[in-house]
Write a protein that binds this ligand. Sequence first.
Ligand SMILES: [Fe+2]
Length: 288
Amino acid sequence: MEPKTEQAPKRKRRPSPLLIVLIVCAVLIVPGLISPLTVRRYSIQSPKIASPVRIAVISDLHSCKYGDGQQELLQAIDSQQPDLVMLCGDIFDDERPDDNTEAFLAGISGKYPVYYVTGNHEYWAGAAVFAQKMDILSRYDITRLAGTSETITVGSTTLTIAGVDDPDTEVVDARHGFPEELAEVRPDGQTFTVLLSHRPERFAEYVDSGFDLALCGHAHGGQWRIPGILNGLYAPDQGLFPQYAGGRYEQDGTVMIVSRGLARESTSAPRIYNPPELVIVELGGTQG
Ligand SMILES: [Fe+2]
């Protein structure tokens, strides 16, 4: 008889905890990296609005590319048929070439009334480069608001569109102080007044001034989001867990809409659950 040999029972291999963590992270994060251009809508009612007004808000493009000749972005805007287009800063970038921004400006020029305010990145390259960017802006007949305002009529609604430079304007021109420009465009309380300003963290000043609506950018949605749990991890000039990363905020009769912007390949960290967005603001009266 052959002697019996006992074999040790086969042990099942368990996946390592590290592998499990990596798989869970990949399953949770990878869908959040897929971030096509999104249209995000807000509606605002006021007795000062006599007939509906639709505003397209573009912020923080940073000269990123949205298709050949910016067709993806331009078609998204055209499909919304806005009455006005508002550019809320950092449409240019201090390090990237202006070609994508210029293609975008060429695409909207003459189609819509377009208003623009500066962002911090437009100043960071210094006075000479800043002047070149402003030359491009005027080439396409875009109205820059810098402590200035215009009163316009859309349908039966009279609107005042006001705008202030980014506070970093002092990098190239110390004469344009942010509080001083804000004081220059303080609303009269009669006409619905929209403020274009790059910076959402200055919300308290917009409330104190009595603007009906402020349109801002700069925060890039806080770059990383967990929908329903975390509205942004980090934003410039607000730090970690920013209060005004993106969305709608309201205090004492002033509404602030913060666009999460269009910066994409210009940033070193990817956007997570934070798709680039075209913001559409619908203004309506209080009576349906
Ligand atoms: Fe910015």
